[in-house]
Design a protein. Structure first.
Length: 150
């Protein structure tokens, strides 16, 4: 698409050069071969075509490259699709982090319930009663933080 756009722009520039060269050609050759008789000019005759050069210039200025517009639209659509893909990927990561946080919160809550009921766990087998109380407080703080994160 980009190559088509560039080719069309080159084509328009070439057409404009052809018209400019054609006007110059007529001016030079008709002047030379008709001994400066401007009435014999066809394209640049001042009596017949007073504004032909202006019309040609305005026509070339008014040309729009349809490939450029299509290219810009397609580029915008591709960026939209890329943005949607990034949003979906980001959402998947957020869901993954939420489930990890929820599972950590569940395991912390289970550990805290075991400690509060006085059961011995692998994590608390070598802790004193004071250490277990501190562990309960730490788990409660972690659970509160996890609730805020969710």
């Amino acid at each position: 698409m980009k190559k088509m756009m560039q080719t069309r722009e080159e084509q328009d520039a070439t057409y404009q050069q052809i018209m400019t060269s054609l006007f110059k050609y007529e001016d030079n050759n008709v002047d030379f071969y008709s001994e400066q008789d401007v009435e014999k000019r066809i394209l640049t005759n001042p009596d017949v075509h007073t504004d032909l050069k202006d019309k040609v210039e305005s026509t070339f200025k008014g040309l729009r490259n349809p490939y450029r517009e299509a290219y810009l639209v397609l580029k915008g659509e591709l960026l939209d699709l890329q943005g949607m893909g990034d949003a979906i990927t980001g959402r998947e990561q957020v869901v993954k982090m939420q489930s990890a946080c929820a599972s950590k919160m569940r395991s912390d809550r289970e550990e805290m319930e075991k400690l509060q009921s006085g059961k011995t766990t692998i994590k608390s087998i070598f802790k004193s009663s004071k250490g277990k109380e501190n562990e309960i407080l730490a788990l409660q703080a972690q659970i509160e933080v996890a609730n805020k994160d969710l």
